[in-house]
Design a protein around this ligand. Sequence first.
Ligand code: SF4
Length: 361
Amino acid sequence: MSLFDSFRDPELCKGLLHHLKQECDGLKFMEVCGTHTVSIFQSGLHSLLPENITHLTGPGCPVCVTHDAEVDAYLRVAAKDNVILATFGDLMRVPGPGGLNLKTAQAEGARIKVVYSPFDALQLAQDNPGDTVVFIGVGFETTAPTIAATVKTARQRGLDNFKVLSFHKLVPPALRVLLDDPDMNIEAFILPGHVSAVIGLPPYDFLPLEYNLPAVVGGFEPSDILQSLLMLVRMKNEGKPDVVNQYTRVVADEGNPTAMAIMDEVFAPADAMWRGIGKIPGSGLVFSEAYRDFDALQALGLELNDVQPIKGCMCGEVLKGKLRPNQCPLFRKACTPAKPVGPCMVSTEGSCAAYYKYSTD
Ligand code: SF4
């Protein structure tokens, strides 16, 4: 029996579901993590939850929230001479303007390398001193500290041909935007476990304090998710909203001070563009003054252009939880994982891909 089996125990899950059915008199919750999205669909919880619990998937997939203007920018970087673009593999098929993506750019001769870690990109810079190696930094607070550590290592090694496109996103400011949208009526959040392992619970304090809303940092196994929901229901029933940590086996309430310190040294908060949402104040990371020479946009003299969203794709509305994937007219028709129209169908953590794979709706 593996460690995870105990968190997937059917009897435990049935018991938690029973309590949920008994105690919940209605809950509209959102999760903001691609791993939660996939887990809820993969485990069948999506169809097992009581009918009066509404599950919304939010902007929790890092590939999906990367804005069209950012996709356009890294495609322009890939087209430059003497540049090697290093990226995580999940960005390769994300469609950009005109349907171009990194895979097609690679086929046309662009020097694009898929890496498994930003340190692999650093090695590329070391091995190719005549080229500029640009790493595409996407993701949330989870990935930013590792990229910051890579930048510090580049500085220590004197590798000035290593640059980063910092397209990182910060989760708490996005939650505020979603809550300020009068159409949403979100009643509770399951908060992302991985992000929270870095930032801890304090950045979410505004949820109960300013919005009177309960929130639980939840793990990813079925019993974690059900227990998180039960915690939310009980806080709602008691009228005592709070930020609670269900995922204590991984997340410390105070987060990871070492990771936060390195992130704060290398980066500074700035406004950022989110797919479907637009500009969110303070929701991105730019290089701090001391590390600005690693900024790929500045080094290559590039700016983000005005770019039109992908025609017909409703990813923006899906990411805000306003539309279920199967309400997009292209779902399962023009848009499938084999031939994705938008990033929510490309990424394995995307809502459309999860819905396609695990839901019969
Ligand atoms: Fe975009 Fe495809 Fe999802 Fe529609 S089904 S929102 S086109 S990714």
